[in-house]
Design a protein around this ligand. Structure first.
Ligand SMILES: Cc1cc2nc3c(=O)[nH]c(=O)nc-3n(C[C@H](O)[C@H](O)[C@H](O)COP(=O)(O)OP(=O)(O)OC[C@H]3O[C@@H](n4cnc5c(N)ncnc54)[C@H](O)[C@@H]3O)c2cc1C
Length: 388
């Protein structure tokens, strides 16, 4: 069989994992990225076991360090510090918390020489016929291959070109802040829900503390065109220090020990449901381009990593494209539609601002917390409340 070729558009976590997974199975990959260089900035990221399994298969998990998954005490609190749900770290499925840049580097470090990286290329269109697909760059460059993987994020140009009728991104009604604090590692983590505001923190495997917060707010006038990790610093009119200064310890200290210029702010969007088809002929959507979700389950990048694993697996299994791609679409669109929906619902619950509704919510959560304590040896079947 002649060498199979793929063009991957976008070198975020989804795109680099797709490039790694395809090249590992013998594909010659061209990876296109509009930014002048490859990389991720930003704060922490939760990597759940299913995504870690894919990274393990690629040889990237080992590069994240041997700290393993941390079993921290955690749960859900009120802003005054009273626990609503308290869980022991060993009683639930836990993610590995890593810095985004480290995750990205761990994946790109596995690239063989057959991955050709082209930065500074902004894709503006895609064309295809029965035998190949061609991606077009803004300077008129053309990249032709057997397969195109569009991993170009929330505002995917490729998705819009292929699905002009899909409504695209939808504002959630809240904005998110993220930071990494240089503090002594606390012995717990978890999330705190107020009225229209949330705050969460977890130790990273490198010993620093990742925190995130949300605030109900109108969307900023101009949605950031950059990827989430390259968002603008916090706008002065919504001051994260002020918003959380009276919340329980160590929240004010975590914000205080984070250089303000490194705090990121992103308005939170997800993709309108139903999601578009993930496959059109020889062009595949992957990651946020296919299924951007609110960050409430901490699963968006993990889903992108799993997409890449399933895509490479199905192409290997079927050997020919239509059957493999149909299977990828079926498996991943079903799974990620559920995640988008669950994450959206969790966000609505977490952002409740009405005092009566918030008190009722907290009362119900406290009852759930008490019931969970009566079942100490049961692993929860669903993920615990987990961060933006
Ligand atoms: C506040 C917040 C917290 C989050 N926390 C977590 C978490 O803890 N765990 C988790 O799993 N997920 C988390 N996520 C979700 C996660 O960040 C995204 O799901 C993930 O980054 C998506 O990766 P991607 O590669 O699909 O897209 P992106 O990261 O958006 O990458 C797209 C890439 O394509 C490039 N690109 C775009 N358009 C073009 C073009 N026309 N031509 C060429 N290149 C282009 C961009 O420059 C970019 O590099 C969080 C998200 C937010 C907003």
């Amino acid at each position: 069989m002649s060498e199979r070729t793929a063009v991957v558009v976008g070198a975020g976590i989804g795109g680099v994992t797709a490039a790694a997974a395809l090249s590992r199975r013998g594909w010659r990959v061209t990876l296109l990225e509009r930014a002048p260089e490859l990389g991720e900035v930003g704060a922490g990221i939760s990597v759940w076991p299913k995504a870690l399994q894919v990274l393990d298969g690629l040889g990237a998990k080992q590069r994240l360090g041997d700290a393993g998954i941390d079993a921290v005490q955690g749960g859900l609190r009120r802003p005054d510090g009273r626990w609503l749900i308290r869980v022991s770290g060993t009683a639930m499925e836990a993610p590995m918390m890593v810095h985004r840049a480290r995750l990205h580097e761990a994946i790109t470090a596995t690239f063989p020489a057959s991955v050709q990286i082209r930065t500074g290329v902004t894709v503006v269109g895609v064309e295809q016929d029965a035998t190949s697909a061609t991606v077009i760059g803004s300077a008129g460059e053309e990249f032709t291959a057997d397969l195109v993987v569009a991993a170009d994020g929330l505002r995917s140009v490729v998705r819009t070109a292929l699905n002009p009728g899909h409504p695209g991104p939808r504002y959630s009604g809240y904005t998110a802040f993220r930071g990494v604090a240089e503090v002594d590692r606390p012995d717990d983590g978890g999330e705190t829900w107020g009225r229209g505001y949330r705050f969460g923190y977890l130790p990273l495997v490198d010993g620093r503390v990742y925190w995130y917060a949300t605030a109900t707010a109108p969307a900023q006038a101009k949605p950031a065109q950059a990827k989430p990790a390259q968002a603008k610093p916090v706008q002065p009119e919504l001051d994260v220090t002020e918003l959380f200064q009276h919340w329980h310890d160590p929240i004010p200290a975590l914000v205080g020990k984070t250089p303000p210029e490194t705090v990121l702010r992103n308005d939170v969007y997800d993709l309108a449901l139903p999601l578009p088809p993930f496959v059109t002929g020889r062009v595949v959507l992957l990651g946020d381009a296919a299924h951007a979700m609110t960050p409430n389950l901490g699963q968006g990048a993990c889903a992108a990593i799993q997409d890449a694993g399933v895509l490479a697996e199905q192409l290997e299994r079927y050997g020919e494209q239509p059957a493999a791609l149909e299977s990828y679409d079926r498996i991943r669109r079903t799974a990620t539609t559920k995640l988008v929906r669950r994450s959206r619902r969790l966000g609505v619950l977490g952002q409740v601002a009405n005092p009566v509704a918030a008190t009722t919510r907290d009362g119900v959560l406290a009852l759930i917390g008490q019931a969970a304590r009566l079942l100490p040896n049961r692993r929860p079947t669903t993920q615990p409340v987990r961060p933006a």
